[in-house]
Design a protein around this ligand. Structure first.
Ligand code: TYD
Length: 223
């Protein structure tokens, strides 16, 4: 990618990084979060940067992920489902996110707490207050300083998911569920600060450049 960081910017931004920087990527399935997360991680390779995801990011988190994404037949109740996502999140923060932030790293996470608010809250109908309370506790009151929201319509996302030729997870199956998650993200992010909305239909290169600019801008403002 033609994205580089010059030396002065690098020196300035290193000052802003003594407490690390937590960045999350959010959006519905098929919005391209994982590709952007990888590309942003590569573009920031001059820094101490780690790429991680939820659910997952730790050995226990990966086991929980396997339970959650293999949950096609068990028909797990929404509360159990949320508590598993929250358990993965707590382990993630304790074992990886907080130690990395303490070292001054940039931590890029493919999904985080906002996904629970959208999927288990807006889409499955659990109490948003309860989800917020448990998330805050699981995350030791730490929240991402920057969240990239990859905005996409349901039809385009569904087509992308089908093209992958992988079996669909329980979360990807129904159009009406996808529509609820879109409305959830829109409602949630209309009320939140530090959200950078990106058009998921831009090219991967353009998305990387916009995300990198936003990270640099954030670090410059806070140095
Ligand atoms: P994701 O890693 O984006 O799926 P994949 O990499 O397989 O495309 O996320 C897995 C699914 O978990 C996704 O459908 C969203 C869902 N999810 C929740 O329902 N709640 C949460 O808190 C999180 C983090 C994810």
């Amino acid at each position: 990618f033609p994205v580089t960081i010059n030396k002065q910017t690098y020196m300035d931004t290193m000052k802003a990084l003594h407490n690390g920087l937590l960045v999350s990527l959010e959006g519905i399935d098929g919005s391209g979060k994982s590709v952007l997360a990888r590309n942003l991680h590569n573009a920031l390779c001059n820094y101490s940067v780690i790429l991680t995801k939820e659910p997952g990011g730790t050995p226990l988190g990966e086991k929980i992920r396997a339970i959650l994404l293999g949950n096609k037949d068990t028909n797990m109740c929404p509360k159990a489902e949320f508590l598993l996502f929250a358990a993965s999140r707590a382990e993630h923060f304790e074992k990886l996110v907080i130690p990395e932030l303490k070292k001054g790293s940039i931590v890029i996470s493919d999904r985080m707490a906002d996904s629970s608010l959208v999927y288990q809250g807006y889409a499955r109908g659990l109490s948003l207050d309860m989800i917020n309370l448990v998330n805050t506790w699981a995350m030791n009151e730490i929240t991402p300083q920057l969240t990239f929201y990859l905005k996409i319509d349901a039809q385009t996302a569904f087509k992308r998911i089908q093209k992958r030729n992988l079996p669909l997870t329980g979360f990807e199956k129904e159009q009406s569920f996808i529509q609820k998650t879109i409305e959830g993200f829109e409602t949630l992010f209309a009320q939140k600060k530090n959200i950078v909305t990106l058009n998921a239909q831009d090219t991967p290169e353009a998305l990387t450049e916009q995300a990198l600019d936003a990270v640099k801008h954030y670090l410059t403002l806070n140095s």
